[in-house]
Design a protein around this ligand. Sequence first.
Ligand code: PLP
Length: 404
Amino acid sequence: MSGRPFLQIPGPTNVPDRILRAMDRPVIDHRGPEFAALTRAILPGLRAVFGTRDGAVVIYPASGTGAWEAALVNVLAPGERVLAFNHGHFSDLFARTARNLGFAVDEVPLRWGQELPPAEVEARLAADRGPRRYAAVLAVHNETSTGVTSDIGAIRAAIDRAGHDALLIVDTVSSLASIEFRFDEWRVDVALTGSQKGLMLPPGLGIVCAGPRALARAEQGGSPRNFFDWRPIVRDNAAGFFPYTPATLLLFGLREALRMLVEEEGLDAVYARHRWLAEGVRTAVAAWGLGILCEQPAHYSNTLTAVVMPDGVDSDTVIRTARERFGLSLGVGLGRLKGRVLRIGHLGALNELEVLATLGGVELALSACGVALELGSGVAACQRRFARPAVAAGAAGAGQVAAR
Ligand code: PLP
């Protein structure tokens, strides 16, 4: 198919040409001075993205799944109790990872489409008065399977109200660098992400941010670990190096991504752009007469929208049609949502015209699969929305900022 393919899954996201060019270069010696300067340029930018001044950022050649493991084994000892919530495929897998690693996980079932309820967190922790108290609470900031963003500040407040000292471990895989995250202000103990979503890089990096309490726990205990032990990494990073061979070229890409996000566009404008584009997508979904899986508008995700299929329509068929007929990749329904939703990714390097083209493709595919909608209705509704003056600071520049 001529022209560029449309990758509108909720990650991996499109990699801007600037970042591709930054990685298109000879591999350098990872024990030389040029590499040390690269590491030192990257870490402050990553701290800004996490919203931390003093937290330690640790970069692994891994994916989000590796970052889950790193976050857990550094701070939890085998058998320690963990409170987890199941409100989507990834919160389920996060809890399963913890179980597989030998922690005692209490997994609270919630509705898929529901946010993480602070009251439930508070009640569970307030009732936790036994001798073996929870060592950690696991939370997913943005549940990529359902398109639901939870309020991590409210979860921190709930933990405080319960007077509990469990660590707060937060998955920000599909939110970081797209939806505001405030590591220090929310007193998050460990946050984790991957390179392939808001950071606009190819897959290949798992990134963890550890606060003071987590760093102290890792010094005293944690689990038996080797590759994911962050202590030697933090130590060597201080001089600009890694205790193993790092993913050199991805780090050049990361430096470029941080320039774009932090120095040029600015994080507030990045968040505003994601909100603006997400609102455009949601306006289109409403015009089609289809539902959004996320139950509460206050928790709609600004990085993806999970669109519920009408009775009798299999989302896998719609997604296959979009891919084969129009070269448009959309996210499938995961786990128990298989066939029931399609997920439109609207994160990373993206602008208004790309959103409109994506919506045009989704509309065509839905229509081809028998969904009764008027062609053009979603695109027009989104256009009308984008034609209005952008209310949020920075959103008006959405066309330029994500330029490839
Ligand atoms: N957590 C969330 C919220 C995700 O969306 C994903 C992947 O999409 C993961 C964890 C797992 O990350 P990876 O696929 O990079 O291992």
